[in-house]
Design a protein around this ligand. Structure first.
Ligand SMILES: *Cc1c(COP(=O)(O)O)cnc(C)c1O
Length: 344
């Protein structure tokens, strides 16, 4: 049965790298959204908890409830629940209207749009939003923004950070004047964190770097020792001994150049592994076996006789082949793939 092995040492190595960079372990928040980027929400949450992480970020309320007992702060980026929430679960407010939809006494985080123009209230709505939050008897746990330029050496990166600095001042001013507790501030994802030398926020939101990748498109010294934590393995279904010229799989796209042993393995695009077809450059498993095009929904044919092969131990190559980023290769992995934590 296909299996995703999660390497605990590597995960800790990645978090150590970020902690060293932050100089303060308490500022380390981990993003566990989308089934922990395909790695298994419960598995990664347990490792994060063991590491001492107190704040995590998930996609929605379903994910939050799955790890409800593990963290002091669990923020959901999306969805406005209409039932009362445990005190450690924080919905994100993206608009003034959402404030009225939440059950009273919710402990919320407020997101501000600082230039990505995607989610969050507009900076000019800050005072109105906070007034409304307090009026509805919610607690303002955090105020945050998302810098969409962490991977790029563009002025927009600094513009967003500078704007957030001003907004933080405004929040502190309102806190004093209206009388509410200072919320926590956060704005930086993986690459934005690793490129920032001074971090004045209370918290960072580390996603992809915890899983071992950095997608900055400029050299980033602090990221060079990150290690991918997941390797995907598949088991042999059966082997055929086939003559030269034999065709393999749908439409017979692969034709054997010589007599060969061809085995099928139990992973396919139905498990979230992207589909290899004749338009793609050839892919070799991490242990060096050629994957024959086209791959099927639940199995792939490989020039190998091994009982188990390693489909990947680093998805960088797959991301290149499919013109995407490691995030997409990983988050597509089916939640049904078995996850096992390994210790070295
Ligand atoms: C996904 C996400 C992150 C993490 O981004 P990485 O680049 O994976 O570190 C941080 N903040 C928000 C709002 C996100 O949606």
């Amino acid at each position: 049965m296909a299996e995703l092995l999660i390497n605990k040492k590597r995960f800790e190595n990645n978090l150590d790298i970020i902690t060293t960079h932050l100089k303060d372990k308490n500022k380390l928040g981990i993003v566990l959204k989308d089934n922990a980027y395909g790695h298994g929400l419960e598995e990664i949450a347990s490792l994060a908890k063991e590491y001492g992480i107190k704040s995590v970020f998930v996609k929605n309320i379903q994910e939050a409830y799955k790890i409800q007992n593990l963290f002091e702060h669990i923020t959901l980026f999306y969805g406005i629940p209409n039932t009362p929430l445990p005190a450690n679960i924080h919905p994100t407010i993206h608009s003034l209207e959402q404030i009225d939809l939440l059950p009273q006494n919710s402990k919320v985080e407020l997101k501000i749009n600082t230039g990505m123009n995607r989610n969050g209230i507009m900076p000019t709505q800050l005072k109105d939003a906070i007034t409304k939050i307090l009026h509805n008897k919610h607690d303002l746990v955090g105020v945050f923004m998302h810098n969409g330029y962490g991977d790029d050496l563009m002025q927009d990166f600094d513009n967003a950070q500078n704007l957030f600095q001003l907004l933080k001042k405004e929040v502190l001013y309102l806190a004093q004047n209206i009388g509410f507790q200072k919320p926590r501030f956060h704005s930086l994802n993986s690459s934005a964190t690793l490129r920032s030398l001074e971090i004045d926020d209370d918290l960072v939101r580390i996603g992809i770097a915890a899983y071992g990748y950095c997608t900055a498109n400029f050299p980033l010294e602090a990221s060079k020792n990150l290690q991918p934590i997941a390797s995907l393995w598949a088991d042999r279904i059966r082997t055929h001994h086939l003559p030269k010229g034999a065709k393999i799989g749908y439409s017979g796209v692969s034709i054997l150049e010589k007599e060969s042993e061809v085995s099928t393995y139990d992973i396919g695009y139905g498990d979230g592994l992207f589909r290899f077809d004749e338009t793609k450059i050839p892919y070799y498993s991490a242990d060096g076996y050629l994957v024959l095009q086209r791959t099927s929904m639940d199995c792939i044919s490989v020039l190998s006789t091994k009982d188990r092969i390693c489909i990947f131990d680093d998805v960088t190559k797959l991301a290149e082949i499919f013109h995407t980023i490691p995030h997409e290769i990983l988050t597509r992995l089916s939640p049904f793939i078995k996850k096992t934590i390994i210790y070295e």
